[in-house]
Write a protein that binds this ligand. Structure first.
Ligand SMILES: [Zn+2]
Length: 223
């Protein structure tokens, strides 16, 4: 009896593990024909998963290219205007995090959704809508963080942390410098969330959160 099917099975299982596929391993005492059949079926599933992943990756890089082209065509002033800033592009300090949104749960609310007071401002939006950096800084964290879901933290030069929570996708990495209005990710509903929205937190000095709307208004924006 050849040991090839068994070895192939192990390789398939390793790839399945890497792809996060949940596949039942063939029973150790299964007949060789059964193993071969199992392996073929699993190889087909993996091939399909690889194709889907490849397609998603090429779509997202196409989206990024299209976005860069749009921005180049629009010009800096028009891009900033999309995010609520209408002044001199050279003097921009802050922008709104989304081009369009509906203001939902505000700062300081209490209720069953939050463990304590609501520490941020919610901006209702659609899954996949682009989130931009409200101010220039350095990305200090990108991680799944319990109730906050997929969260990116950008630390501003004065030490203020800006938290972008419940994201569907992230396009920046820790250590990366981001300029005001740079795309950083997309809206999602990860973590403790009842629908797609951005939960934005502003934490001066990395301490307790303040009302993000007050902070945005103080820069001259009208969120
Ligand atoms: Zn929230």
């Amino acid at each position: 009896m050849s040991s090839l099917p068994r070895r192939a099975g192990l390789a398939v299982a390793a790839v399945a593990l890497a792809l996060g596929l949940d596949m039942a391993a063939p029973r150790a005492d299964a007949a060789p024909e059964t193993l071969v059949r199992e392996n073929t079926r699993q190889a087909d599933a993996i091939e399909l998963a690889l194709q889907v992943r490849e397609r998603q990756q090429s779509l997202s890089s196409l989206n990024r290219l299209a976005d860069a082209r749009d921005r180049a065509l629009l010009g800096r002033k028009a891009v900033l205007a999309q995010y609520g800033y209408h002044g001199d592009p050279d003097a921009v300090v802050a922008v709104l995090p989304l081009a369009s949104y509906s203001v939902s749960a505000g700062f300081g609310l209490t209720g069953p959704l939050w463990e304590a007071e609501h520490g941020g401002q919610d901006f209702g939006s659609y899954v996949g809508d682009q989130i931009v950096a409200v101010a220039a800084g350095v990305v200090t964290e990108v991680a799944y963080s319990g109730p906050y879901g997929l969260r990116t933290i950008v630390t501003l030069p004065d030490g203020t942390e800006v938290w972008y929570c419940h994201q569907d996708d992230v396009s920046v990495y820790p250590g990366q410098a981001v300029d005001v209005a740079d795309p950083i990710g997309s809206v999602g509903s990860t973590g403790n969330s009842t629908g797609p929205h951005l939960h934005l937190e502003v934490r001066p000095g990395g301490g307790s959160p303040i009302d993000p709307m007050d902070w945005l208004r103080a820069t001259g924006l009208t969120p």
